[in-house]
Design a protein around this ligand. Structure first.
Ligand SMILES: NC(=O)c1ccc[n+]([C@@H]2O[C@H](COP(=O)([O-])OP(=O)(O)OC[C@H]3O[C@@H](n4cnc5c(N)ncnc54)[C@H](O)[C@@H]3O)[C@@H](O)[C@H]2O)c1
Ligand SMILES: [Zn+2]
Ligand SMILES: [Zn+2]
Length: 380
């Protein structure tokens, strides 16, 4: 039996991508309904992440038409069947993580949500949920695919495995960044790097995700956090998030500066948060002997980066890719860090757009005009 709040309208507004040459357009489509193990939320806000830009720009292919948007907060309005043990209630505030584990595959059984096979195969490649169907449709019934939960809409169906309760004391709109930008930062620090107290860190590219890596590395006890970017405006607020130094790699020699700051050693851990050869090079250049480089940035399609073979081998350096986090364990931990004020989620959100302005928001992101994160605020 599903449990539903009284009024869920039959149609809703959503930002739909039909054609990459035309961009996002707001349409009235059917309101989705949750199936087994799924929850319908009324979306409060959805963050604008660079990963969506790869799809909007056509660099990463995805079935169209589609609704993008994969870091959300909202209020539970309907529980599908099979939620008896999810602990979720109608009326509750929740954050939705982009990485939605099926909960049933071998990787999920091992707690490795980030490696969930059905998530890649059915959602990232086919835009569907775990019965192989999308929950979204145009008014004439034409299927519309979902990038994660399809958060750029008034309502979204989310598997309960990807939801964490958000306490009433938290501001729901900026908390949208928890489901990707902050969760990915947590995954990189906690899972990818397994950062230890006192280690030194560099973060290359401090956009939405990189800003969160800076603050999470700092609260995990890094003795130095060196923020590196090509944009002074992005670097300027980094000290407030715990950076101990900032470097503009467009105007300064990042390797020389990091060596100077670390007594000639380089950093124990370098995070890369853009996904281009240039940032990979910087992240490897600043790494100490025996260090760990943790790449988070996704390339625009199939992309490769140069790695100096002998240096990596002879200096026993490790490259540890990190995708999202273990949603079921880590998203509640990230919400808790934000709720207790250990990490700052409010100030990370520097710009708010209405659903109609979502396309403009992504254009601003493409042109590097977004400090931290921009969100679509559904109340605007
Ligand atoms: N691994 C994951 O789970 C995961 C999750 C979310 C996002 N991503 C990926 O992470 C990357 C970052 O996403 P975001 O939303 O933070 O992007 P963003 O657009 O907010 O930030 C990008 C930053 O890179 C900086 N930059 C640009 N060129 C640079 C250069 N040459 N050197 C240093 N800095 C440079 C920009 O000034 C900006 O601050 C994207 O590739 C995105 O697809 C990965
Ligand atoms: Zn994202
Ligand atoms: Zn799985």
């Amino acid at each position: 039996m599903s449990q539903q709040a009284t009024t869920v309208p039959g149609t809703m507004r959503a930002a739909v991508l039909r054609d990459i040459t035309k961009g996002l357009q707001v349409e009235t489509i059917r309101t989705p309904r949750p199936r087994f193990g799924e929850v319908l939320i009324k979306v409060a806000a959805c963050g604008l992440c660079h990963s969506d830009l790869h799809v909007i720009g056509g660099a990463i292919s995805f079935p169209l038409p589609a609704v993008l948007g994969h870091e959300v907060t909202g209020t539970v309005v309907e529980l599908g069947p099979g939620n008896e043990h999810s602990g979720l209630q109608v009326g509750q505030h929740v954050a939705g993580g982009f990485l939605m584990p099926c909960g049933q595959c071998e990787a999920c059984a091992a707690g490795r949500d980030e490696l969930c096979g059905p998530f890649f195969d059915l959602n990232r490649l086919k835009g569907c949920l775990y019965d192989g169907q999308t929950r979204l449709a145009a008014q004439d019934g034409e299927p519309i695919y979902m990038y994660s939960m399809g958060g750029l809409a008034e309502y979204a169906v989310v598997p309960a495995t990807a939801l964490a309760p958000v306490p009433g004391s938290m501001e729901l709109v900026p908390a949208a960044i928890l489901g990707c930008a902050a969760m990915t930062g947590f995954g990189a620090v906690r899972r990818g790097a397994d950062l230890r107290y006192g280690e030194t860190v560099a973060v290359v590219a401090v956009g939405g995700v990189g800003t969160n890596i800076v603050q999470i590395a700092s609260v995990f006890g890094a003795s130095q956090v060196i923020a590196i970017d090509v944009d002074d405006e992005k670097l300027e607020p980094m000290r407030a998030y715990g950076a101990t130094a900032v470097i503009n790699s467009a105007t300064q020699d990042a390797r020389a500066e990091v060596l100077r700051l670390t007594g000639g050693r380089g950093v124990d851990v370098s995070f890369e948060a853009l996904g281009v050869p240039d940032t990979w090079k910087t992240a490897l250049d600043v790494l100490a002997d025996g260090g760990r480089m943790v790449p988070i940035g996704l390339g625009a399609g199939v992309q490769t980066a140069g790695v100096e073979i002998n240096r990596t081998v002879r200096r026993s350096q490790r490259i540890l890719g990190s995708y999202g986090a273990r949603t079921r364990q880590d998203l509640p931990a990230v919400v808790d860090l934000a709720a207790r004020g250990v990490i700052n989620y409010r100030d990370v959100v520097s710009r708010r757009f209405s659903l109609e302005q979502a396309g403009q928001g992504y254009e601003a992101l493409r042109h590097r005009q977004v400090q931290g994160r921009a969100v679509v605020d559904m109340s605007l």
